[in-house]
Write a protein that binds this ligand. Structure first.
Ligand code: FES
Length: 195
């Protein structure tokens, strides 16, 4: 293990606050939030040094922290690009065209699942249901959901990221949050429905 990782002051304080939430003897329950904090500090990568730092802080064997880090797709044990595209391909997203979305990303960026573009901007990962099926298909980019995508809109989204002007997260079609697609057809006189 060549690189080093040390929690910065802000994250160290956050980690201590999280650990203190658990009863005496149960501090290891903080492993996931600590991995998340450390990964964010380390450009989205839960490296071996990150795992070591979390294991030391929680007095856990490194293998136990590694087991957690490799189980959850939200923790990345390999380096990722600036924009981490997590493509949901579970049944509801698949029924709504996730295969086309994934193909469009592959073609546009020239990468496949688990790979990063040469300029370090994009990584791509296949994930299971992100819990946003109502607006399927979904691609999560870092912390944000991009919803109701198709081949054309996902390419537009990638170009916007490339240009340094990330698009608004959420639905990419005409839809009010998770309401039925298109303009409202009932209750049109209600004030809250007009926005
Ligand atoms: S199946 Fe894709 S968000 Fe649920």
């Amino acid at each position: 293990m060549s690189e080093e990782f040390k929690f910065n002051d802000e994250n160290l304080a956050k980690a201590k606050e999280i650990i203190a939430r658990y009863p005496e003897g149960r501090q290891q329950s903080a492993v996931l939030p600590l991995l998340d904090i450390a990964q964010r500090q380390n450009d989205g990568h839960a490296s071996e040094a990150v795992i070591e730092a979390v294991a030391t802080m929680l007095d856990m064997p490194r293998i136990r922290v590694t087991e957690v880090a490799t189980f959850y797709t939200m923790i990345s044990t390999t380096p990722v690009g600036k924009y981490h595209l997590q493509c949901c391909t579970t049944t509801p997203c698949w029924l709504r065209g996730s295969a086309d979305v994934v193909d469009a990303i592959r073609k546009h960026l020239g990468i496949d699942f688990g790979e990063t573009t040469q300029d370090g901007l994009f990584s791509m990962l296949e994930v299971e249901c992100l819990g946003g099926c109502v607006n399927a298909p979904i691609v999560q980019v870092n912390d944000d959901f991009y919803e109701d995508l198709d081949a054309a809109s996902v390419v537009k989204m990638l170009e916007a990221f490339k240009a340094g002007t990330p698009p608004e997260p959420g639905t990419q079609i005409e839809r009010q949050t998770s309401a039925p697609a298109g303009k409202i057809t009932t209750l049109q006189d209600l004030e809250f429905a007009k926005g």
